[in-house]
Design a protein around this ligand. Structure first.
Ligand code: NDP
Length: 452
């Protein structure tokens, strides 16, 4: 049977774009790609990229204060959201253009439409066109999830945060994960009065406990009004704004309420189940180690599969799919020792096992140092940095590294290379320090803080 395409990709985000480009440019495949909104997906349009630019913008308030402490006669004027928003939009449009141009250069045919599956080899577009494809790749990502409760429709999500007409004066953020903590810090830095509710005992569940506590303390020190063990019961629009009733009596009114209570896979209404593709309980597309679904011609990568929901992972999954299907080299994406960073202020960078996970598996040594870094100490700030290594007593391998510090995202990327290579604590120790830096602590921690 002859097909219109060798590959049809549904979704122009990180995973889909990488797979489409590689299949077309390197494997010479005839590739079609459908994107219903803007090319680039969550990461480029309403996630990592605009978020990081907002992190940069919000960091200047502290930088102005520090500059004064260092002797500069600077006075920060107010932050102009309209100026920033205009530049942000222009930058996203530029990036979207680059994504589109690169796809076209690779020979991918782009369809600005929503695509649904008709069967194992057929997609139907919202334009009415239908195409057949030997392989179909579902890369439709995810979307924010807001639980149902009285007044939930008044909540906004991270999607809307980049498009606000104006910055709220009083903002409530609900959730304690990546997005909630990042936006709490961003908005706090931009001068918004931020309250954050998290239902559990400590934010950033899944990260190392000591690092979570360290981040939470510093978020509070910097002005985020963080309430743990607290949830919203109801919300109502009043003349004061949005009146929020909470489970712990912290009732107040806010100008905006942002929910960051997780994301769900975008698998609804795509015709997946009708085509025989198995979905999990949360709507995630179930795939094997090669990203193949229960229908042999249909594969899925990225957040829609709900494995590790990070852009670089989706990109690797897309590349592994192309290796497997178009180069005949079965390749499963490597989900081991994936480093990540939470862009709070300060940042949290992590790779490998937390102290709690490692302790469950084997006897360990914990090396942990919390100290005041010279840059902010000089400026009179109370910030502390955390550098932490988890070491196997048996193999001496470094099983995990956790850093809370400005630029921890940059630092953990490099530590991750060593740890991925299987570095031991003695390898770290043999490495001469770079002085004076914060990260030198990683190679100078001589005795374990504790064993477990
Ligand atoms: P997360 O899963 O990280 O956090 C969700 C938070 O919402 C948790 O604190 C969770 O609490 C809470 N929650 C869930 N359901 C409810 C509910 N019904 N009521 C109240 N609270 C609730 O999701 P995010 O939305 O923050 O981010 C989604 C994913 O996107 C991340 O996991 C990450 O993979 C990715 N991401 C990565 C970033 C990065 O790399 N820097 C940045 C942003 C996102 P509990 O802990 O109790 O379950």
């Amino acid at each position: 049977m002859s097909f219109d395409y060798d590959l049809f990709v549904i979704g122009g985000g990180s995973g889909g774009v990488r797979a489409a480009r590689l299949a077309a440019a390197e494997a010479g495949a005839r590739v079609g790609l459908a994107e219903e909104y803007r090319m680039g997906g969550t990461c480029v349009i309403r996630g990592c990229v605009p978020k990081k630019l907002m992190v940069f913008a919000s960091g200047y308030s502290g930088a102005f204060e520090d500059a004064r402490a260092y002797g500069w006669g600077v006075q920060a004027g107010g932050f102009d959201w309209d100026i920033f928003k205009g530049k942000l939009e222009a930058e996203l449009t530029r990036l979207e253009g680059i994504y589109t141009a690169n796809l076209k250069k690779a020979g991918v045919e782009i369809h600005a439409a929503r695509a649904t599956l008709s069967d194992a080899h057929r997609v139907k577009l919202s334009t009415g066109e239908e195409f057949t494809a030997k392989h179909i790749l579902v890369a439709t990502g995810g979307r924010p999830f807001v639980p149902e409760f009285p007044g939930h429709e008044l909540a906004i999500t991270s999607n809307e945060m980049f498009k606000l007409d104006q910055l709220p004066k009083r903002l409530l953020i609900v959730g304690g994960g990546f997005i909630a903590c990042e936006f709490a810090c961003i908005m706090n830095g931009l001068g918004v009065e931020v309250t954050q509710f998290y239902r559990g005992a400590q934010v950033l569940r899944g990260f190392d406990d000591e690092a979570r506590g360290h981040v939470a303390d510093l978020m509070r020190d910097r002005g985020v009004n963080l309430h743990v063990g607290t949830d919203v019961i109801s919300m109502e629009k009043t003349a004061e704004g949005i009146a929020v009733k909470s489970s712990t009596g912290h009732d107040a009114s806010y100008d905006a309420v942002m929910y960051a209570t997780g994301r769900v896979p975008n698998s609804d209404g795509l015709g997946l189940e009708e085509a025989g593709v198995r979905l999990g309980r949360r709507g995630e597309v179930i795939v094997d180690a090669y990203s193949q679904t229960s229908v042999p011609s249909i594969y899925a990568v990225g957040d829609v599969t709900d494995r590790i929901n990070l852009t670089p992972v989706a990109i690797r999954e897309g590349a592994a799919f192309v290796e497997t299907v178009f180069h005949g080299r079965p390749t499963s994406p490597d989900h081991e020792l994936v480093a990540s960073a939470v862009f709070t202020q300060p940042e949290l960078g992590a790779v490998g096992l937390t102290e709690e996970q490692a302790r469950e598996r084997e006897p360990i040594e914990v090396y942990s140092a919390a100290f005041r870094p010279m840059q902010t100490l000089f400026a009179g700030r109370d910030d502390r940095v955390l550098m932490k290594l988890i070491v196997s007593q048996a193999t001496r391998k470094v099983l995990g590294c956790h850093i809370v510090a400005d630029h921890a995202g940059e630092l953990i990327q490099l530590a991750a290379v060593a740890i991925k290579m299987g570095a031991t604590k003695e390898d770290f120790d043999r490495t001469v320090a770079v002085h004076p830096t914060m990260a030198e602590e990683l190679v100078t921690m001589k005795s374990p803080t504790r064993t477990a």
